[in-house]
Ligand binder design. Structure first.
Ligand SMILES: C[S@@+](CC[C@H](N)C(=O)[O-])C[C@H]1O[C@@H](n2cnc3c(N)ncnc32)[C@H](O)[C@@H]1O
Length: 211
C-alpha cells in the first residue's frame, strides 16, 4: 500500500527580536557564504530571488557572486528585517528589496534565473512555496535550498551550543527530495556543510515534453 505524501508544515517563524544574530560574525567564519554560493551554482550575471532573506546575510554575498551584470530581488515579510535591510543596502542599483510573503510574491512569472531559499523553507508550507518558486523561475531555472540537516555534533560551533530549530521542525533532505520529486522537480545536486548540520540541494522544474 502506498502512503500519502504529507506536506511539511511550519511551527514557528524566526523571531525578529533576534535579527542581529543573523549577522553574527561567527556565522561567516564557520561557513563563508560566497564560496558556498558558487558551489551551489550561483554565477555572474544571474537574476536571483533571495526568499526569506532576513537582514541580508546571503543577499550581500549574492550581490558579490552575480556581480554588476546580475540582479538580486530580496523578499522578506517582517518589517524589522526590512528596515535593517534598507539601512544595510542603501541605493544599491542591482538590488530590489521586495516586501512580500514568499508564498505569494507578486513577482512576474519566469522572472528569475535562480531562487535561493536559505534557512527559511522549514518556516513555510513547503508545497505552496515550491509552487510559487516554480512560477517565478524561468524554464529550467535553478532552485537552491539551504537548510538545517539532522542535529549532529559540530565542533566548529561553541561547545554545547545547540544551533537551529528542534529536529521535528526541520525539513530534512530525504523529505524534501520526496516532495520535490512528487511535484515534478528534477534534483540535480546535493551537498552538506559542517558535518551535515546544514545541507543544500539544487533542483530544476521538469520541462513539459514539446508536442
Ligand atoms: C531563519 S531566517 C533566515 C534569513 C536569511 N535567509 C539568512 O540565512 O540569514 C528566516 C527568514 O524568513 C522570513 N520568512 C519566514 N516566512 C516568510 C514568508 N512566508 N515570506 C517571506 N519571508 C518569510 C523570516 O521573517 C526570516 O527573516
Amino acid at each position: 500500500m502506498t502512503h500519502p505524501l504529507h506536506d511539511h508544515l511550519p511551527k514557528h517563524r524566526f523571531d525578529a527580536a533576534k535579527a542581529a544574530n543573523l549577522l553574527d560574525p561567527k556565522r561567516r567564519l564557520i561557513d563563508d557564504p560566497l564560496p558556498l554560493l558558487h558551489e551551489m551554482g550561483i554565477q555572474a550575471g544571474m537574476r536571483v530571488a533571495d526568499l526569506g532573506c532576513g537582514v541580508g546575510f546571503f543577499t550581500h554575498a549574492l550581490l558579490q557572486a552575480v556581480g554588476a551584470t546580475g540582479e538580486i530581488i530580496a523578499v522578506e515579510l517582517q518589517e524589522v528585517m526590512l528596515s535593517m535591510l534598507r539601512e544595510r543596502f542603501p541605493a544599491q542599483s542591482n538590488l530590489t528589496i521586495h516586501p512580500a510573503d514568499l508564498l505569494q510574491t507578486a513577482l512576474p512569472a519566469a522572472c528569475c534565473d535562480a531562487v535561493l531559499i536559505a534557512f527559511t523553507l522549514h518556516e513555510v508550507p513547503v508545497l505552496a512555496a515550491l509552487q510559487e518558486m516554480q512560477r517565478i523561475l524561468r524554464p529550467n531555472g535553478l532552485l537552491i535550498v539551504l537548510d538545517w540537516g539532522e542535529i549532529v555534533h559540530c565542533p566548529e560551533r561553541e561547545p554545547g551550543r545547540q544551533a537551529g530549530p528542534p529536529e521535528d521542525e526541520r525539513i530534512l533532505p530525504a523529505k524534501l527530495r520526496q516532495l520535490l520529486l512528487a511535484q515534478g522537480w528534477q534534483i540535480t545536486a546535493q551537498g552538506q556543510r559542517l558535518h551535515g548540520c546544514h545541507y543544500w540541494l539544487n533542483a530544476r522544474p521538469v520541462q513539459e515534453a514539446q508536442s
